[in-house]
Design a protein around this ligand. Sequence first.
Ligand SMILES: [Zn+2]
Length: 156
Amino acid sequence: MDIILLPYAFIIGICFGSFGNLMAYRLHNNISIVKPRSSCISCGITLNFPELIPVFGWFIIRGKCKKCKIPVPFHYPLIECICGLLFTIVTYKVGLSWELPFYIAITFTLLIIALTDIKSFDVPDQLVIVGLTAGLVFFLLNPLHWVYLIYGLIIC
Ligand SMILES: [Zn+2]
């Protein structure tokens, strides 16, 4: 494992964490995850460059909307850091291989499922379908899994 990759994994992870915050909020409120752009949930002002920087954006605005001054919960940068750490750990454990994107996808999906479950006690079907699909594709692409499957069928 090349240690030099880990900071990149963390940076990619906090960016995904930022998108994960958006996904958890919008899926719960039945809003498209593509449009509109990120905005304050109170006054609707569109967020721009400094506020959109994962983790640092929250500190730049000092945890408050720049227009209406409503507090922005601390869990947003916290989730971004947690996602960054998870991506770093997964990259460290799996290494740079063809399996890494699947582990990252499954980790990210499980994080979003946990966020929506904590916020609303609901798990959107779209996330379950994405997680199952990623898991199934990962299973089918790994030849070792086929060996285990055939071996399991033979000994039954
Ligand atoms: Zn606002």
